[in-house]
Design a protein around this ligand. Structure first.
Ligand SMILES: NC(=O)c1ccc[n+]([C@@H]2O[C@H](COP(=O)([O-])OP(=O)(O)OC[C@H]3O[C@@H](n4cnc5c(N)ncnc54)[C@H](OP(=O)(O)O)[C@@H]3O)[C@@H](O)[C@H]2O)c1
Length: 236
């Protein structure tokens, strides 16, 4: 009998609204899925059984160890709760956004002359960070997954500096039921962040591409460009 190809193991740090939706979609796509909260696996095992049956609750350290691809789905303000070298060598999909009500008033996280995923990449220096799954609300994520070529398939934008990482991220997004659309390098991840036209929107691939291309002419885009023109390039 031929071997059944195994899909890469997806690890998710964060068992909240986004983490459990992504876990459910990844299980449905045939991926082994391990997921953690901030505490022990027993604290989230019931939630995982109900919201993402088939996924396995684990500690964050175990999730990272077992996974081929790690998704960050916890509050950005908790970034430093994961040791900086914990994700060394991993492909990491960063779904996090800076959200003041949750993360507090953090000057280090709301500098739009950079992007939060660039901050995450700087912190996890030896991981390959791709910004993904950050711009669509969790309800839309939950309800919008479709098979390839479905006429109403929604799109997810990605941004990253590593071409191989972007290709793998795109494959995962496609498997989970969305059309991947590349926005550019991590610096262009600002086009996916709160304040951008696509943030919170559910768009097709062509609509998403057009909105990403409009970003420089938007009010937020002009604000970002003005801020960046006053910054030395190496700090972006
Ligand atoms: N909500 C959305 O529609 C949406 C959409 C796209 C992106 N995002 C972004 O995705 C992230 C998660 O949002 P959410 O709405 O899912 O938040 P949430 O419902 O509050 O869930 C956050 C989860 O992260 C866990 N967590 C905290 N520190 C952790 C750590 N060090 N390791 C593992 N897990 C940890 C929390 O566990 P405890 O409960 O044990 O603290 C909780 O399970 C945020 O950055 C948000 O901006 C949200």
């Amino acid at each position: 009998m031929p071997d059944t190809p195994t899909r890469p193991t997806i690890g998710i740090l964060g068992a909240g609204k986004v983490g459990t939706v992504l876990a459910r979609l990844a299980v449905a796509a045939g991926h082994p899925v391990v997921i953690s909260g901030s505490g022990s696996p027993s604290a989230i095992s019931l939630i995982v059984d109900v919201l993402a049956p088939g996924a396995t609750a684990a500690t964050s350290a175990s999730v990272i160890e077992q996974s081929d691809v790690v998704i960050l789905a916890f509050p950005l303000g908790k970034l430093h709760s994961i040791p900086p070298d914990a994700l060394a060598g991993k492909l990491v999909l960063d779904a996090m956004n800076y959200w003041r009500d949750i993360d507090g008033d953090r000057a280090d996280l709301q500098d739009y002359t950079t992007t939060t995923s660039a901050i995450v990449q700087h912190y996890f220096a030896s991981a390959r960070i791709v910004k993904a799954f950050n711009h669509m609300g969790y309800h839309d994520l939950d309800e919008s997954a479709r098979p390839k070529s479905a006429p109403d398939r929604a799109a997810i934008a990605i941004a990253g500096d590593d071409p191989a990482g972007l290709r793998r991220a795109a494959a995962v997004i496609d498997e989970l039921g969305f059309d991947p659309v590349e926005a550019g390098g991590l610096a262009e991840g600002v086009r996916l962040e709160p304040g951008s036209e696509i943030f919170g929107a559910r768009l097709s691939a062509s609509e998403l591409r057009a909105a990403l291309d409009r970003f420089p002419h938007s009010e937020h885009g002009r604000r970002v460009a003005a801020g960046r023109s006053q910054q030395p390039a190496e700090t972006r």
